[in-house]
Write a protein that binds this ligand. Structure first.
Ligand SMILES: Cc1cc2nc3c(=O)[nH]c(=O)nc-3n(C[C@H](O)[C@H](O)[C@H](O)COP(=O)(O)OP(=O)(O)OC[C@H]3O[C@@H](n4cnc5c(N)ncnc54)[C@H](O)[C@@H]3O)c2cc1C
Length: 425
């Protein structure tokens, strides 16, 4: 009678519960998440939400009526703190709020949490992170406060750059501090990084690369000992960058604490196979918290952890099917998007291990693609304001097809007309 326990009520967890019902599962389902809100989408939090263009109803994933109608027991605002699973497969999870949740099927969809900056001063008033709805409420208010004129964003990855774009759109003076020699360097090619550097500078954002941070500086605490406001960020060379608001976006870490309690293999994420099965062969896991051998590395060995909505949804569907004893195989082309000002980036595939790129179009026109190749075969593309080209690449990758590099640069032919079967090695 215990049924399925899904821990983590966000993109992956809600998808697992929804797919279980779609596949005809009649057993009880409990979906528990520690956030006090009904499950919602995170991507708008660094985009339209910060511009005050949305209300909570715009970002929720499913209505209360939907959970009731599907007989999914949604528990919000409580965290599973301990968990055990017995040899017969049944188990018990205990929550901070004192709940005891018995289960005979278990799905972990615990996602990721922000990586914290470890320099002094991160606790001054006016220093923000952005991961969840409460962070977004606080940052939205701070960005629209006229007293906060100068914004420093620490981290030039996608989230940092999206926040910088919103801050510029509401006329803040914005500085982005990036520790590495280029923006979004972990994910995209030098060409795409260089484009974003130029595009953000064109829009009036100051970008400092190779930034070495010393500390975040604040004023003195008040007489009551209350923490004071941030006044700037000091670099290792002693330069102080003044700031009324500091936003830290330096990446996320997978939440693996429950997997570790269960004795599951963890290596940069909860290790799962192509069926979303963890190392005990019966727990499933999906979304940001997992590391898996992704078919779209196209032969590059090792595990891949993907932080994207698409991955959470696709892996969630696979996990649900596996829980019901009908293991499906993860086969979806990874894709991702980022909106910065009027620049819509769409990425298809995984570029790890590329040995050649083709730039199609002129980055200075703010409409172009960078296509990534390995051994002459297309493996991925970054497309800026080129949705049709993105779809052509995604479609080609899904069929195991390629676009010959010499044809990729030919702007007179749409990419979809250049898709061919790969030549056998
Ligand atoms: C600001 C922002 C912008 C983004 N923009 C994009 C974008 O443009 N495109 C894109 O593809 N992706 C984007 N992402 C990434 C995307 O949102 C994530 O990849 C996606 O949310 C992953 O879903 P998930 O369900 O795996 O994990 P999460 O969304 O991290 O959810 C995990 C949930 O589990 C809960 N949880 C964890 N442990 C416990 C526990 N022990 N007990 C109870 N609950 C627990 C957490 O509180 C959390 O609510 C963005 C993310 C952020 C933060």
């Amino acid at each position: 009678m215990p049924g399925t326990l899904v821990i983590g009520a966000s993109q992956a967890g809600v998808q697992i519960a929804a797919t279980l019902r779609e596949l005809g599962d009649e057993e009880p389902i409990t979906l528990i998440g520690e956030e006090p809100h009904r499950p919602y989408q995170r991507p708008p939090l660094s985009k339209k939400w910060l511009k005050s263009e949305l209300v909570p109803g715009d970002v929720i994933l499913r209505t209360r009526e939907w959970y009731d109608g599907q007989r999914i027991d949604l528990v919000s605002g409580d965290r599973v703190v301990t968990i055990r699973r017995d040899a017969d497969g049944t188990g018990l999870a205990m929550t901070q709020g004192g709940r005891q949740l018995a289960f005979d099927r278990l799905a972990l969809a615990t996602g990721s949490s922000v990586r914290r900056l470890t320099i002094p001063g991160t606790d001054f008033h006016g220093v923000h992170y952005l991961r969840d709805a409460d962070d977004a409420y606080a940052l939205e208010a701070a960005l629209h406060d006229p007293a906060n004129r100068r914004v420093v964003v620490i981290g030039g990855g996608f989230i940092g750059l999206e926040i910088a774009s919103v801050a510029r759109s509401v006329d803040k003076e914005v500085t982005v501090l990036e520790a590495s020699p280029r923006l979004v360097g972990r994910v995209v090619s030098e060409q795409t990084s260089a484009f974003y550097l130029a595009a953000h500078r064109r829009r009036g954002t100051r970008v400092v690369l190779d930034a070495r941070l010393q500390r975040i500086v604040g004023g003195a605490a008040d007489a009551a000992g209350r923490r004071s406001r941030v006044v700037g960020v000091e670099l290792a060379d002693g330069v102080l960058i003044p700031a009324d608001l500091v936003v830290i976006g330096i990446g996320v870490l997978p939440r693996t604490e429950l997997a570790i309690q269960l004795g599951l293999e963890v290596a940069g994420g909860i290790v799962v196979d192509a069926h979303a099965r963890a190392s005990d062969g019966r727990t499933v896991a999906a979304g940001d918290c997992t590391a898996m051998p992704n078919p779209y590395t196209l032969g590059v060995p090792g595990l891949t952890r993907i932080e994207s909505v698409n991955n959470a949804l696709e892996q969630g569907k696979v996990a649900a099917s596996t829980l019901l004893g009908r293991p499906a195989t993860y086969a979806s082309v990874p894709w991702f998007w980022s909106d910065q000002a009027d620049l819509k980036l769409q990425i298809a595939g995984l570029s790890a291990g590329y040995d050649h790129v083709v730039v199609r179009g002129r980055p200075e026109d703010e409409r172009f693609c960078v296509l990534y190749y390995r051994g002459g075969r297309l493996i991925s593309a970054d497309c800026v304001n080129q949705p049709a080209e993105f779809l052509a690449v995604r479609g080609a990758l899904a069929k195991g097809h390629t676009i010959p590099p010499d044809r990729a640069a030919d702007m007179s032919t749409p990419l979809k007309l250049s898709v061919t079967e790969p030549v056998a090695a």
